[in-house]
Design a protein around this ligand. Structure first.
Ligand SMILES: Cc1cc2nc3c(=O)[nH]c(=O)nc-3n(C[C@H](O)[C@H](O)[C@H](O)COP(=O)(O)OP(=O)(O)OC[C@H]3O[C@@H](n4cnc5c(N)ncnc54)[C@H](O)[C@@H]3O)c2cc1C
Length: 376
């Protein structure tokens, strides 16, 4: 079915926003009247909810309710006067100027913006619970909370946060079984040896068994086989990085090796100037090794929003200049956190308080509807 054509009259052009990621959450609140007079704006996303990953750990620990960690995209779009469509986009036909969804819908566009995030890598192609796309997170957390033999795979920031938060919830609810982590390098490989050792000691104190520098070879009849041992497992949360959704490569965009669309400093596709993008699903051609995280996705948001409008109005575009150092705070469970800024780090309750404040502020700032990051 072709949707959207001529809804407000044939003279209206269409701006289609694919994905309800950070940049589009920002953009939908900032379209000018001038733009709205000429363009119908449509937001299409795979789920009616956009989950905020900064609060996954707090949700896993039971500190936040589900509605406190997600945005209702349909309600936000309606309040912003933007047309909402639920659907998973499977292909962009650049020549025909239309996008196709898994439900068989076809959506024409004049200008397109893509903010579809990333997809978690799974183990052996399809094994394990994943956190991206982020609407899968609640199911993953529920299964990990109740598992008899849970294992988190991957000792980066996401794996460490989730292992500690899940362990805290399980401890508070007296769920038996030991939380384990297997990682092929040391913990937090992007930090110093000293930080890695401290985090390992912290996890040990919280009752988590950590197996570092271990490679996983196979999963056979409920046993995870590493190069050193066999570990009984009934649920495993896989936190070994992510890649871009296949739709970008399959639609013929210039991409990097992980399938992220290459964009210039204006966040404009290197393949097609009428197509923009931001967040995890893009790689800046001039900064190919910039990490994929929410910090950069949020920083790109105002640039994307401005440039979409400038492009549609025929005005010169502005550039995104990434800054090198940024603050990150990991939740360590039990309202303790690890703050990191460059080589500096700080463990404790004050770090968690700052994270909680930043995350709840983010939810408030991006909600038209009553702010709802409910802390128990
Ligand atoms: C446990 C965990 C904790 C994290 N904590 C932090 C943190 O504290 N700080 C930080 O900076 N980063 C953090 N990250 C990384 C962060 O989640 C991502 O970098 C960030 O979400 C990227 O934002 P985005 O806007 O690109 O996409 P996303 O937030 O992933 O949003 C993408 C949107 O697109 C939709 N979508 C996906 N595919 C399609 C499709 N084909 N068609 C239509 N819609 C689609 C999705 O439903 C979703 O709404 C964490 C990640 C994890 C896993």
């Amino acid at each position: 079915m072709v949707v959207g054509e001529g809804r407000k009259g044939l003279h209206m052009k269409q701006l289609v926003l694919i994905g309800g990621g950070h940049a589009h959450l920002h953009a939908i609140r900032h379209f000018s009247t001038e733009v709205r007079k000429q363009y119908e704006i449509i937001l299409i996303s795979a789920s009616p909810y956009q989950y905020y990953s900064g609060m996954f750990s707090g949700y896993a620990e039971g500190l936040y309710e589900q509605d406190g960690i997600r945005f209702d995209l349909r309600a936000l779009a309606e309040q912003a006067g933007i047309r909402w469509m639920e659907g998973c986009v499977t292909r962009v036909d650049r020549v025909g100027r239309r996008v196709m969804t898994d439900m068989g819908d076809v959506l024409p566009f004049d200008v397109l913006s893509i903010n579809v995030g990333s997809v978690s890598n799974s183990l052996f192609g399809h094994q394990g619970l994943v956190m991206k796309p982020s609407y899968k997170i609640t199911e993953a957390i529920h299964k990990m909370r109740m598992a008899e033999n849970p294992i988190v795979i991957g000792g980066g920031a996401a794996g460490v946060e989730m292992a500690l938060s899940l362990a805290a919830w399980r401890g508070a609810h007296r769920i038996g079984g030991v939380m384990r982590m297997v990682t092929r390098s040391r913990l937090l490989p992007d930090g110093s040896d000293g930080l890695s050792r401290k985090v390992k000691e912290w996890m040990r104190r919280e009752g988590i068994q950590v197996f570092e520098n271990e490679h996983i070879h196979d999963l056979q009849r409920g046993n995870l086989l590493t190069d050193r041992q066999a570990l009984i497992v009934d649920q495993m949360l896989v936190a070994i990085g992510s890649q871009s959704p296949s739709l970008l490569r399959e639609s013929g965009f210039d991409t990097d090796r992980a399938g992220a669309m290459l964009v210039n400093d204006h966040l404009q596709s290197e393949t097609d100037p009428g197509i923009f993008g931001a967040g995890d699903c893009v790689t800046l051609s001039r900064h190919p090794s910039l990490p994929k995280n929410g910090v950069y996705a949020i920083r790109q948001a105002p640039v994307l929003s401005k440039n979409l409008q400038r492009y549609m109005m025929g005005k010169p575009l502005t550039s995104f200049e990434p800054q090198e150092t940024y603050l990150s705070i990991l939740s360590l469970g039990k309202k303790k956190g690890l703050l990191r800024y460059g080589d500096f780090y700080w463990f404790g309750h004050s770090s968690w308080l700052m994270k909680d404040w930043i995350d709840r502020n983010f939810m408030r700032a991006n909600s038209f509807i009553s702010s709802s990051s409910k802390r128990k």
